[in-house]
Design a binder for this molecule. Structure first.
Ligand code: SIN
Ligand code: FE2
Length: 221
Protein backbone atom coordinates (compact mmCIF):
# COMPACT_ATOMS: atom_id res chain seq x y z
CA UNK A 1 0.00 0.00 0.00
CA UNK A 2 1.38 3.40 -0.92
CA UNK A 3 0.89 6.27 1.49
CA UNK A 4 -0.08 9.66 0.30
CA UNK A 5 2.21 12.39 1.64
CA UNK A 6 0.75 13.97 4.73
CA UNK A 7 -0.48 17.45 3.84
CA UNK A 8 1.40 20.45 5.17
CA UNK A 9 -0.51 22.08 8.01
CA UNK A 10 -1.49 24.97 5.73
CA UNK A 11 -3.08 22.53 3.26
CA UNK A 12 -4.86 20.71 6.03
CA UNK A 13 -6.31 23.94 7.32
CA UNK A 14 -7.38 24.90 3.82
CA UNK A 15 -9.22 21.62 3.23
CA UNK A 16 -10.94 21.87 6.63
CA UNK A 17 -11.97 25.41 5.89
CA UNK A 18 -13.43 24.46 2.52
CA UNK A 19 -15.71 21.94 4.19
CA UNK A 20 -17.17 24.68 6.38
CA UNK A 21 -19.60 27.06 4.76
CA UNK A 22 -21.23 30.11 6.25
CA UNK A 23 -24.84 30.06 5.03
CA UNK A 24 -25.72 33.44 6.57
CA UNK A 25 -24.43 35.46 9.54
CA UNK A 26 -24.86 33.02 12.46
CA UNK A 27 -25.53 29.97 10.26
CA UNK A 28 -22.74 27.49 9.53
CA UNK A 29 -22.68 24.22 7.59
CA UNK A 30 -20.03 21.78 8.88
CA UNK A 31 -19.69 19.19 6.15
CA UNK A 32 -18.81 15.72 7.43
CA UNK A 33 -18.39 16.92 11.01
CA UNK A 34 -20.12 13.80 12.42
CA UNK A 35 -19.26 11.22 9.74
CA UNK A 36 -16.96 9.18 12.00
CA UNK A 37 -19.53 9.13 14.78
CA UNK A 38 -22.47 8.39 12.48
CA UNK A 39 -22.64 4.58 12.96
CA UNK A 40 -22.60 4.95 16.76
CA UNK A 41 -25.24 7.69 16.60
CA UNK A 42 -27.50 5.49 14.46
CA UNK A 43 -27.08 2.62 16.96
CA UNK A 44 -27.95 4.95 19.84
CA UNK A 45 -31.09 6.13 18.01
CA UNK A 46 -32.13 2.49 17.66
CA UNK A 47 -31.76 2.00 21.42
CA UNK A 48 -33.73 5.19 22.16
CA UNK A 49 -36.53 4.25 19.77
CA UNK A 50 -36.85 0.83 21.41
CA UNK A 51 -37.97 2.55 24.61
CA UNK A 52 -39.71 5.60 23.13
CA UNK A 53 -40.95 4.71 19.65
CA UNK A 54 -40.98 6.85 16.52
CA UNK A 55 -44.49 8.16 15.91
CA UNK A 56 -46.20 10.52 13.48
CA UNK A 57 -47.57 13.65 15.11
CA UNK A 58 -50.39 15.89 13.95
CA UNK A 59 -50.14 19.64 13.53
CA UNK A 60 -52.39 21.87 15.68
CA UNK A 61 -54.48 22.26 12.49
CA UNK A 62 -55.03 18.49 12.35
CA UNK A 63 -52.65 17.62 9.51
CA UNK A 64 -50.68 14.39 9.93
CA UNK A 65 -46.95 15.02 9.53
CA UNK A 66 -45.04 12.70 7.19
CA UNK A 67 -41.90 12.67 9.35
CA UNK A 68 -41.76 10.27 12.30
CA UNK A 69 -40.37 11.69 15.53
CA UNK A 70 -39.11 10.78 18.96
CA UNK A 71 -37.05 12.60 21.61
CA UNK A 72 -34.43 12.27 24.28
CA UNK A 73 -33.29 14.71 26.95
CA UNK A 74 -34.97 16.50 29.85
CA UNK A 75 -37.89 17.54 27.65
CA UNK A 76 -39.19 16.46 24.26
CA UNK A 77 -40.93 18.40 21.50
CA UNK A 78 -44.55 17.53 20.76
CA UNK A 79 -47.21 18.61 18.32
CA UNK A 80 -50.91 17.79 18.63
CA UNK A 81 -54.29 19.53 18.57
CA UNK A 82 -53.24 21.50 21.68
CA UNK A 83 -50.26 23.06 19.91
CA UNK A 84 -46.49 22.76 19.79
CA UNK A 85 -44.64 22.43 23.11
CA UNK A 86 -41.92 20.72 25.13
CA UNK A 87 -42.96 18.16 27.75
CA UNK A 88 -40.93 16.11 30.27
CA UNK A 89 -42.85 12.87 29.64
CA UNK A 90 -43.60 10.92 26.49
CA UNK A 91 -47.42 10.71 26.19
CA UNK A 92 -47.07 7.35 24.37
CA UNK A 93 -45.16 5.60 27.19
CA UNK A 94 -46.18 7.91 30.09
CA UNK A 95 -42.52 7.89 31.13
CA UNK A 96 -39.74 10.46 31.05
CA UNK A 97 -37.96 10.65 27.70
CA UNK A 98 -34.67 8.69 27.69
CA UNK A 99 -31.68 10.69 28.92
CA UNK A 100 -29.60 12.35 26.22
CA UNK A 101 -26.60 10.06 25.57
CA UNK A 102 -23.30 11.74 26.52
CA UNK A 103 -21.88 11.35 22.96
CA UNK A 104 -24.94 13.25 21.60
CA UNK A 105 -24.45 16.13 23.99
CA UNK A 106 -20.71 16.14 23.37
CA UNK A 107 -21.15 16.30 19.59
CA UNK A 108 -23.69 19.13 19.85
CA UNK A 109 -21.41 21.14 22.14
CA UNK A 110 -18.40 20.70 19.84
CA UNK A 111 -20.37 21.68 16.73
CA UNK A 112 -21.77 24.76 18.47
CA UNK A 113 -18.37 25.82 19.83
CA UNK A 114 -16.60 25.53 16.46
CA UNK A 115 -19.40 27.64 14.98
CA UNK A 116 -18.82 30.39 17.54
CA UNK A 117 -21.46 29.46 20.12
CA UNK A 118 -19.58 28.64 23.32
CA UNK A 119 -21.23 26.95 26.32
CA UNK A 120 -24.14 25.42 24.43
CA UNK A 121 -26.01 23.14 26.86
CA UNK A 122 -28.77 21.29 24.99
CA UNK A 123 -31.59 19.88 27.12
CA UNK A 124 -33.62 18.37 24.28
CA UNK A 125 -32.89 16.31 21.18
CA UNK A 126 -35.66 15.81 18.65
CA UNK A 127 -35.00 12.83 16.39
CA UNK A 128 -36.69 12.82 12.99
CA UNK A 129 -37.01 9.83 10.69
CA UNK A 130 -37.71 10.48 7.01
CA UNK A 131 -38.69 7.77 4.53
CA UNK A 132 -38.84 8.38 0.76
CA UNK A 133 -41.45 11.09 0.19
CA UNK A 134 -41.36 12.42 3.80
CA UNK A 135 -40.85 16.16 4.08
CA UNK A 136 -40.86 18.97 6.60
CA UNK A 137 -42.52 22.22 5.57
CA UNK A 138 -40.78 25.57 6.07
CA UNK A 139 -40.97 26.58 9.73
CA UNK A 140 -39.10 28.43 12.47
CA UNK A 141 -37.97 26.73 15.69
CA UNK A 142 -39.67 29.02 18.16
CA UNK A 143 -41.13 26.85 20.91
CA UNK A 144 -38.06 27.29 23.11
CA UNK A 145 -38.21 29.56 26.17
CA UNK A 146 -35.77 32.00 24.61
CA UNK A 147 -33.68 32.16 21.47
CA UNK A 148 -30.26 32.75 23.05
CA UNK A 149 -28.92 29.30 22.21
CA UNK A 150 -28.34 28.01 18.67
CA UNK A 151 -29.98 25.03 16.97
CA UNK A 152 -27.60 22.17 16.11
CA UNK A 153 -28.83 19.74 13.46
CA UNK A 154 -27.07 16.47 12.53
CA UNK A 155 -27.90 14.57 9.33
CA UNK A 156 -27.55 10.77 9.18
CA UNK A 157 -28.12 8.24 6.41
CA UNK A 158 -29.79 9.12 3.13
CA UNK A 159 -29.16 12.59 1.70
CA UNK A 160 -31.82 15.29 1.78
CA UNK A 161 -32.35 18.75 0.37
CA UNK A 162 -32.36 21.24 3.24
CA UNK A 163 -34.41 24.35 2.56
CA UNK A 164 -32.76 27.33 4.22
CA UNK A 165 -34.79 30.51 3.85
CA UNK A 166 -34.73 33.89 5.49
CA UNK A 167 -36.40 35.67 8.37
CA UNK A 168 -39.76 35.82 6.51
CA UNK A 169 -41.73 32.81 5.33
CA UNK A 170 -41.94 34.32 1.85
CA UNK A 171 -38.12 34.54 1.44
CA UNK A 172 -37.14 32.05 -1.23
CA UNK A 173 -35.10 29.27 0.46
CA UNK A 174 -31.69 28.05 -0.69
CA UNK A 175 -31.58 24.32 -1.46
CA UNK A 176 -28.60 22.63 0.23
CA UNK A 177 -27.83 18.93 -0.07
CA UNK A 178 -27.17 17.47 3.38
CA UNK A 179 -25.37 14.14 3.54
CA UNK A 180 -24.54 11.63 6.23
CA UNK A 181 -22.49 13.36 8.94
CA UNK A 182 -23.22 16.94 7.86
CA UNK A 183 -24.05 19.32 10.71
CA UNK A 184 -25.81 22.69 10.44
CA UNK A 185 -25.70 25.21 13.28
CA UNK A 186 -27.85 28.35 13.31
CA UNK A 187 -28.12 30.91 16.06
CA UNK A 188 -27.68 34.60 16.87
CA UNK A 189 -29.00 36.64 13.93
CA UNK A 190 -29.95 33.40 12.10
CA UNK A 191 -31.76 31.78 15.04
CA UNK A 192 -35.29 32.24 13.63
CA UNK A 193 -34.46 31.41 10.02
CA UNK A 194 -37.23 29.55 8.18
CA UNK A 195 -36.06 26.05 7.25
CA UNK A 196 -37.43 22.69 6.11
CA UNK A 197 -36.72 19.49 4.21
CA UNK A 198 -37.80 18.78 0.62
CA UNK A 199 -39.51 15.40 -0.03
CA UNK A 200 -36.89 12.70 0.52
CA UNK A 201 -35.69 10.88 -2.61
CA UNK A 202 -35.59 7.09 -2.66
CA UNK A 203 -31.85 6.58 -2.14
CA UNK A 204 -30.13 3.72 -0.38
CA UNK A 205 -27.53 4.51 2.28
CA UNK A 206 -25.34 1.73 3.74
CA UNK A 207 -26.02 2.93 7.30
CA UNK A 208 -29.79 3.39 7.23
CA UNK A 209 -31.16 1.92 4.00
CA UNK A 210 -33.67 4.28 2.38
CA UNK A 211 -34.15 6.37 5.48
CA UNK A 212 -32.71 9.65 6.75
CA UNK A 213 -32.35 10.41 10.44
CA UNK A 214 -31.86 13.88 11.85
CA UNK A 215 -30.95 14.94 15.36
CA UNK A 216 -31.91 18.48 16.34
CA UNK A 217 -30.40 19.74 19.57
CA UNK A 218 -32.04 22.64 21.37
CA UNK A 219 -31.91 24.45 24.66
CA UNK A 220 -35.66 24.42 25.28
CA UNK A 221 -35.90 25.55 28.91
C1 SIN B 1 -36.06 20.21 11.94
O1 SIN B 1 -36.16 21.34 11.47
O2 SIN B 1 -36.64 19.87 12.98
C2 SIN B 1 -35.23 19.15 11.25
C3 SIN B 1 -34.51 19.57 10.04
C4 SIN B 1 -33.83 18.38 9.39
O3 SIN B 1 -34.39 17.27 9.38
O4 SIN B 1 -32.73 18.55 8.85
FE1 FE2 C 1 -36.77 22.97 12.72
Amino acid sequence: MTMRPYPKSGDLFESERLRTEQLAPGAILLRGFATHEAPALVDAIEVISNSTPFRTMTTPGGRKMSVEMTNCGDVGWLSDNRGYRYVPEDPVTNKAWPAMPIPFEDLAKRAAAISGFENFLPDSCLTNRYLPGSKLSLHQDRDERNFDAPIVSVSLGSPAVFLFGGQCRADRPRRILLENGDVVVWGGPARLTFHGIAPLADEHHPLTGACRLNLTFRKAL
